[in-house]
Design a protein around this ligand. Structure first.
Ligand code: FE2
Length: 336
């Protein structure tokens, strides 16, 4: 007898990571504790000095899709015919990469005769964090390469959605850190290299601090970092402290303005222990509970797309969506 439990394959393909995961949960209570992410496999385009060239990312994802998908199915101990739906990240992201994920997802859906679910990438980041921390109405600091946003989950039950209450007005904090790492020829030449170097930094160099209301700007900080006279460790330390302080100020303002009692950190930069510690302290000062997405689900991954796809399938949201490079989270319903 068919139960209300469903299996959803999720494909992440917005940028440099190809991820495939499988989630299982009931349609009556998909956000419940019985829901599981059964597998979470990936192939990541390497971080190189040249940066990310969209065509090369797409070729990488197309080349590795079959192998990563088979690994995800194998780890979940299921066969393709067991799937009830395929979800893919429809945006925001790089057009070339998004289309590889879309074609893969659509091909699977057509051949298996199952629904296609388009998942908003930012929504998946926020919801995987909320699922594991069991938060109800958090302020979310979403900090990744291409995105830096302060979100608030609000609205009436059944009609909730994420409101963007603050965001970067130019580049994402993660991309800014990647560029600092690249300019300094760190190893690796990205935000991880900056984090490593920052650990040895001791002196705080004055750098532009730009917050307008709950919005931030990081481009001036990037330009100033190229002109600053300081050792690489001091510079990395200063860039991190300045950028993260800006994010903390905006998150604190959101906690205060909305009287929220939960602060959730998600996105690739949630793996940064310094950012996590600063936000945890900010939450404590506002008597709010702090939580972050588990490390495995901080960066781009297929597991979070499978999970959000399962949530959306339960309410028939986002079926047959086409890729969209500029998708926004505030247009998404969180009805589960
Ligand atoms: Fe992401």
């Amino acid at each position: 007898m068919k139960t209300s439990s469903r299996l959803v394959l999720g494909i992440e393909c917005t940028a440099h990571t190809l991820g495939v995961g499988v989630a299982r949960g009931s349609m009556s209570a998909p956000f419940g504790k019985s829901t599981r992410i059964l597998s979470n496999e990936s192939a990541k385009y390497p971080s190189l000095r040249e940066g990310f060239i969209p065509r090369k990312l797409a070729d990488h994802h197309a080349k590795h899709f079959k192998e990563v998908a088979l690994r995800a199915l194998d780890k979940a101990s299921i066969k393709p015919r067991d799937l009830d739906a395929v979800a893919y990240s429809y945006g925001p992201g790089l057009g070339h990469s998004l289309h590889v994920g879309f074609v893969a997802a659509k091909t699977l859906c057509e051949s298996l005769g199952i629904p296609l679910v388009g998942v908003n990438h930012a929504l998946a980041h926020a919801e995987v964090g909320r699922f594991f921390t069991r938060m109800r109405a958090p302020v979310v600091a979403y900090v990744s390469g291409g995105n830096t946003q302060i979100l608030r989950l609000g609205g009436k039950p059944g009609k909730r959605h994420y409101q963007i209450v603050g965001e970067t007005l130019d580049i994402g904090a993660g991309n800014m850190l990647d560029l600092v790492g690249r300019n300094l020829s760190l190893s690796p030449p990205d935000a991880v290299g900056v984090l490593e170097a920052a650990r040895k930094g001791r002196n705080l160099v004055p750098l532009p601090y730009s917050v307008k209301g709950m919005n931030m700007s990081f481009s001036g900080l990037l330009t100033a970092s190229q002109k600053a006279v300081a050792s690489p460790p001091d510079l990395c330390y200063s860039v991190q402290e300045t950028a993260f302080s800006m994010i903390c100020e905006c998150a604190e303002k959101a906690l205060s303005v909305y009287g929220a009692k939960e602060l959730l950190l998600v996105g690739g930069n949630a793996r940064n222990k310094r950012l996590s510690a600063m936000l945890a302290l900010a939450a404590k000062e506002h008597n709010a509970r702090f939580g972050a997405a588990p490390l495995e689900y901080c960066g781009d991954n297929g597991g979070m797309i499978a999970l959000a796809g399962l949530f959306q399938l339960s309410k028939r949201i986002g079926l047959r969506r086409l890729p969209s490079q500029r998708a926004r989270i505030d247009a998404e319903s969180v009805a589960w």
